[in-house]
Design a protein around this ligand. Structure first.
Ligand SMILES: O=c1ccn([C@@H]2O[C@H](COP(=O)(O)OP(=O)(O)O[C@H]3O[C@H](CO)[C@@H](O)[C@H](O)[C@H]3O)[C@@H](O)[C@H]2O)c(=O)[nH]1
Ligand SMILES: [Mn+2]
Length: 747
């Protein structure tokens, strides 16, 4: 137990508790380490003298060393995890409504992939925070530069006047209207049922208006005339080529910026930074930096909350939770950012694509929090503006809570403010400045969040991970295999780039972060290269079944024990951990499948592309994750049938199918040999581990075989992929068999 916030009278605003049972765990980890060392010793001392077996052995030796070291890295986040708790009642007692100003940044980039109706729900959910509205400003950054999104925001601004008082009156949760109306149990007391019906009707109307316009793909002329704001979209304006657009839709300073109850509304601003085809726009990092400048002109919030457009606030108290950390009199001033746990509302029971990231959220991040602070992972993160601007922490730093905030310059009109702010969102504004480098979010990395968070930590700031029981932010996880692969490619590639950059955790963070935190970062930075040893492990033992030499100790050998122990301990502990975190056993098994698939596709591509990038052959990209799917695909997602997208063959799918077929052929050959052999038991004893690995690979690939040969629906494997991969697998297997049977003897 430990209380971090020192007493400012009335108790700390938050508490940090260390996890229990760590001694036991460390003993267990020690025993696994002994096992791993014995495996290394065995591998190093039993290298076959010659032939292909020698090279297979050396590859496995390298893989075993890699996996052992990687396992060691993962211990950093299991060493001393911690949990946080906030005391919001103390915050309100002590500060009443004297709270800091908060600017919320919502980022969207494409009205097709990120439907404006969805984005508006996120916007409304953050506008409706239980927080003094005059301290709250919401900015929507539209990298799609779309009048459709602008129209949707106009609609949302109108609806907010009804929605916010309704939320306040009935303590509505969650405050994303779509999520609220979807939840059957959310009905307020009967007396209020009428009001709920009325507001639901209003919401449906707004949704319908947005949908109609979105489907049409343009703004009808009569609507265009309704708001001068549409004048910005001149003919010829495209999402890649337009001037800066900044429009204050609700100016919180104005006396008429009130809701239907007459209470003030939060400020609401639409921002589309300038885009020009020949200028690099640096994706989300560029958008965030523009927002930082624009907001400093308009509202200057001391705190910044960043959410992705699909990640609505699920708890109206979250800003107050965050303030419990920042405003704690003892430890608050050294905190740079508070990352909330990211949860996803569309995850199914057994989480087919492992997209809930449960272990990362429930294990890794608590562990990171215990050794220096979590990574910044984009959405659901509160930043101190000062630290996000790139300033170093110093012991005498004291946040001035009263500073900033709504411009005292009452005489400046909204129009004048917009004009000033626009300049800050222009492309040339950043020329010859430190923006994207020393100031604001960093450029040039697909995971701008992680690299920026690391640099904040390296500048001496602490970070906090907060994972309340009621998920604070709910987003949309990818719903198909291809989308999952794409997202993880971006992540693994970005994290690997960090490792190879001057910001490498072990270099950059050498002085200011602890070894355990550096190890923690490396878990993700090494995702991409992890692909290579995994490929070795999924092919070499199986292919060697076709030959005579075994690559593992026989069951009768003493050396068998460390292998068996490490395998059982790793799998058993993993399962226990998963169940404890609320996953199902099936979900754990699914996670293993995705573990394998990501390594054969996302991580491999991330690895190769990063090498190409470093060699100067390609540029950094950011492929946005789709947030909508067709009806059929959604149905299969709900039923947890893996999506192989019959009509969209891809290299990734061909690789996965080939891997599955190679293992199937190897297992078939082994079974055939076993049946033919006189001493089946001896064969089993000799090839135990290889049979086990190959058998597990076949078992885990069940969905691939079904998609290739049995399924008829639109989620099956494309015939072309089935043919290509079966042929490729047959070729690989024949080649391996021929090599092994050659007079010089491969294995
Ligand atoms: O040029 C761009 C590209 C993306 N985005 C926004 O960035 C967010 C994240 O994009 P998404 O495709 O949803 O990526 P995810 O993989 O789901 O996002 C995670 O990973 C990203 C880094 O790879 C972080 O930026 C995100 O905050 C984090 O939630 C979305 O709101 C986009 O609208 C922009 O504003 N401009
Ligand atoms: Mn997303």
């Amino acid at each position: 137990m430990g209380t971090e916030g020192r007493d400012g009278g009335g108790g700390a605003l938050f508490e940090t508790t260390a996890a229990e049972g760590r001694q036991g765990y460390r003993l267990f980890a020690g025993s696994v380490l002994v096992g791993i060392s014995l495996i290394w010793a065995y591998r190093a001392t039993h290298i076959p003298a010659e032939g292909g077996a020698k090279w297979a052995w050396i590859a496995l030796l390298a893989a075993d060393v890699w996996f052992g070291l990687y396992w060691l890295l993962t211990q950093s986040v299991r060493w001393s995890p911690s949990r946080r708790q906030t005391f919001k009642n103390r915050l309100s007692q002590r500060y009443k409504e004297e709270l800091p100003t908060v600017d919320v940044f919502v980022c969207t980039a494409d009205p097709k992939i990120e439907p404006p109706a969805l984005v508006m729900n996120t916007v409304l959910s953050v506008m409706a925070y239980d927080y003094p509205p005059e301290k709250l400003s919401v900015y929507l950054s539209d990298d799609g530069g779309s009048e459709l999104t602008f129209y949707a925001l106009l609609q949302a601004a109108g609806f907010a006047r009804e929605w916010i008082p309704f939320c306040r009156r009935f303590q509505v949760e969650p405050r994303s209207p779509a999520a609220y109306f979807r939840a059957a149990t959310a009905a307020p007391p009967t007396a209020a049922a009428d009001e709920r019906r009325a507001i639901e009707k209003l919401y449906k109307e707004m949704e319908e208006n947005i949908r109609t316009v979105t489907e049409l793909g343009r703004i009808p002329e009569d609507i265009r005339g309704e708001h001068k704001g549409f004048l910005e979209w001149l003919p010829g304006t495209t999402s890649r080529d337009h001037q800066s657009i900044v429009q204050i839709l609700i100016d919180g300073r104005e006396p008429d910026a009130v809701d239907v109850d007459g209470r003030p509304l939060p400020t609401l601003v639409y921002v589309a930074r300038e885009k020009r085809p020949h200028r690099h726009h640096n994706f989300k990092a560029g958008a965030m930096n523009s927002l930082m400048r624009v907001s400093s002109e308009i509202s200057g919030g001391r705190m910044i909350l960043n959410v992705d457009c699909d990640m609505y606030s699920n708890d109206s108290q979250s800003v107050r939770d965050a303030m419990c950390f920042f405003m704690d009199e003892g430890a608050g001033d050294e905190i740079g950012y508070v990352q909330f746990a990211q949860k996803f509302e569309n995850v199914t029971k057994n989480d087919l694509y492992g997209s809930s990231l449960t272990i990362i959220t429930e294990v890794d991040f608590h562990g990171l929090d215990g050794v220096g602070g979590p990574l910044y992972t984009g959405s659901g993160c509160f930043h101190r503006r000062w630290s996000l601007m790139g300033n170093k922490y110093s012991d005498d730093f004291r946040e001035d809570w009263k500073a900033g905030g709504r411009r005292s310059l009452k005489e400046i009109s909204a129009l004048a403010l917009e004009q000033r702010a626009k300049v800050l969102a222009d492309c040339i504004f950043e020329d010859n400045t430190e923006w994207g480098n020393e100031v604001g979010l960093k450029y040039g990395c697909p995971v701008e969040d992680v690299i920026t968070g690391l640099s904040i930590q390296c500048k001496g700031w602490k970070s906090v991970f907060f994972n309340p029981t009621r998920g604070a932010f709910l987003g949309i996880a990818p719903m198909t295999l291809s989308q999952t692969i794409l997202q993880h490619k971006r992540w693994s590639e970005g994290d690997f780039q960090i490792l190879l950059s001057p910001f490498s955790p072990f270099l950059y963070g050498r002085h200011s972060t602890g070894l355990l935190l550096q190890m923690g970062y490396s878990i993700y930075c090494l995702w991409a290269p992890n692909s290579i040893p995994t490929i070795c492990y999924s092919l070499i033992p199986s292919l060697s079944l076709l030959g005579r030499t075994t690559l593992y100790p026989q069951v009768s050998s003493l050396w068998f024990l460390p292998f068996a122990y490490v395998a059982v301990a790793a799998a058993g502990y993993g399962l226990w951990e998963a169940l404890r975190c609320g996953m199902t056993a099936r979900g754990w098994w699914n996670e293993w499948r995705m573990w394998l698939y990501k390594r054969f596709t996302s991580y491999l591509f991330g690895f190769l592309d990063t090498l190409l990038l470093k060699a100067g052959f390609r540029n950094s990209t950011f492929v946005i994750t789709e947030k909508v799917t067709g009806k059929d695909v959604a149905g299969r997602f709900e039923r947890e049938e893996m999506e192989f997208g019959a009509s969209s063959p891809s290299l990734s799918l061909t690789i996965l199918a080939t891997l599955a077929m190679v293992n199937l052929f190897c297992l078939a050959a082994a079974v055939w040999r076993m049946a033919a052999a006189e001493a089946t038991a001896a064969f089993l004893g000799e090839f135990f581990f290889q049979l086990l690995i190959c058998g597990l690979l076949v078992a885990i690939n069940g969905p691939v075989y079904r998609a290739m040969f049995f399924r008829k629906d639109g989620g099956r494997m494309a015939a072309s992929v089935t043919v290509t991969s079966t042929a490729a697998a047959a070729a690989v297997v024949c080649l391996a068999a021929a090599l092994m049977a050659s007079p010089r003897g491969f294995i």
